[in-house]
Design a protein around this ligand. Sequence first.
Ligand SMILES: Nc1ncnc2c1ncn2[C@@H]1O[C@H](COP(=O)(O)OP(=O)(O)OP(=O)(O)O)[C@@H](O)[C@H]1O
Ligand SMILES: [Mg+2]
Length: 505
Amino acid sequence: MVNRILSFGINGIDSFPVFVETDLSRGLPAFDIVGMPDTAVREAKERVRSAYKNTGLTFPVKRITVNLAPANIRKEGSVFDLPILLGILSASESMNLKTDDCAFAGELSLMGDVRQITGVLPMILKARDMGVSSIFIPEENRAEAEYIDGISIYPVKNVSQLLAHLSDNQKIEPIKVKEFQAGITCDFDVDYSEVMGQYAAKRAIEIAAAGGHNILMIGPPGSGKSMLAKRLPTILPPLSFKEAIDCTVIYSVANKLNGGGLVTQRPFRSPHHTVSSVALCGGGQNPKPGEISLAHCGVLFLDEFPEFSAKSIDCMRAPLEDGKITVSRAKGSVTYPSNFMLVCAMNPCKCGYLGHPTRKCTCTQHQIDKYISHISGPMLDRIDIHIDVPAIAYKEISSDRSAEQIRQCVLEARRLQYKRYKGTGIYKNSDLTSSLIKKYCILTEDAKDALKNSFDRLNITGRGYTKVLKIARTIADLEKSDQITKLHILEAIQYRSLNKYGNNM
Ligand SMILES: Nc1ncnc2c1ncn2[C@@H]1O[C@H](COP(=O)(O)OP(=O)(O)OP(=O)(O)O)[C@@H](O)[C@H]1O
Ligand SMILES: [Mg+2]
């Protein structure tokens, strides 16, 4: 008799249905799994056999063939252990299990316990889209399923408990849906008021946060660049429910949830400069999301920017434009979302003191050029705001606006954008497309003149032009101004004119 159990596989961050078909026939006892299984799926045989035995059941002495359909897509991981066991049980007719309109996913221990797996959240979302009424997941994955309604989700501890439920003996309690609460982001132990001076840098960071723009900070050692960047999460708006789900899906397939639930804090990733291009952008033999995808909806902070390998940095060029990255492998290609805010910090030269008011730079022109040339022109062009973070003078040592005050301004500006772009599919100024820029970036006459005058003088590129308009839009939003005035344009242009550090900039 052939039996069919619904389960789910993962490709990138998407889940796809897998039907686990089990056939028991007479003949020499054997246990085969077909349908493009990888090593972990093939090893399911041993786990299923032991779990079967240790749950007090007798493993059928028959020829068992398990097919994972569709057979042309590669199946990875241990999620099929549980559905394979159920398939054999149902096909052997030793138990009458109600598995219609249900989906199952879980790894088995040899003792028959159901263990944690990766990618549970996308599986649940796919099951709900398909109209499946119940899904059974490992108890250890319960936290990530707590906010999903529209489908009954049953957390399973072990095989005996599941069999009792499916044979109507003792029911498992489905997970109660929790209400999402946005805005619990205020408990940080750092604050912008701790950063003394650096008013221009703080202003630029406020603009970057308000419009979701990329920013590069350049300055001598100890001027507070890393300090400024690390305080960025304190002024960012809270995640919306959709953003929280999008982030959690990525963390779920990357196995970074560590048993935790929904990601409710905007991600802040700061990989070390020795990071490989695969770890940064994603991929590998069994593709996994990289740092740029883990920073989706949040911040990717690259401290000591020129120390990153040129290969790693250049890998980010396409995702910075598209908000997603496609990694191609022999086994197929996967796409991960990567719409993040890039924040970089660097010294102006190797010794760090180029342009310093009191200390002398000891680098030769060649060393300066070599240091800066690590970052390619196209990469630099993609960074919206370039800002100087100079050494602070003693008189500047006084406190300033707190993170909470800046955050309120940022939130207000984001609210304006959210309202303005409703229905267009974007939420912030940095995501504006060319046609939307035309519609929403309305310049006053003198603003147009100012932009025209600066365009040739500063060698602004076509991309730079749209970036100036987007930043000016954010500056106007911070002032609650509908039109973009000359002052807004001039401030925006100032953030794109770092020529003093050498020709390459
Ligand atoms: N503007 C500032 N206000 C208050 N403290 C500061 C400021 N700048 C630097 N500091 C102090 O100096 C320390 C080092 O600063 P930070 O790490 O931010 O420097 P940096 O600009 O990143 O330097 P580097 O280029 O060497 O990485 C901070 O931990 C802080 O204690
Ligand atoms: Mg630093």
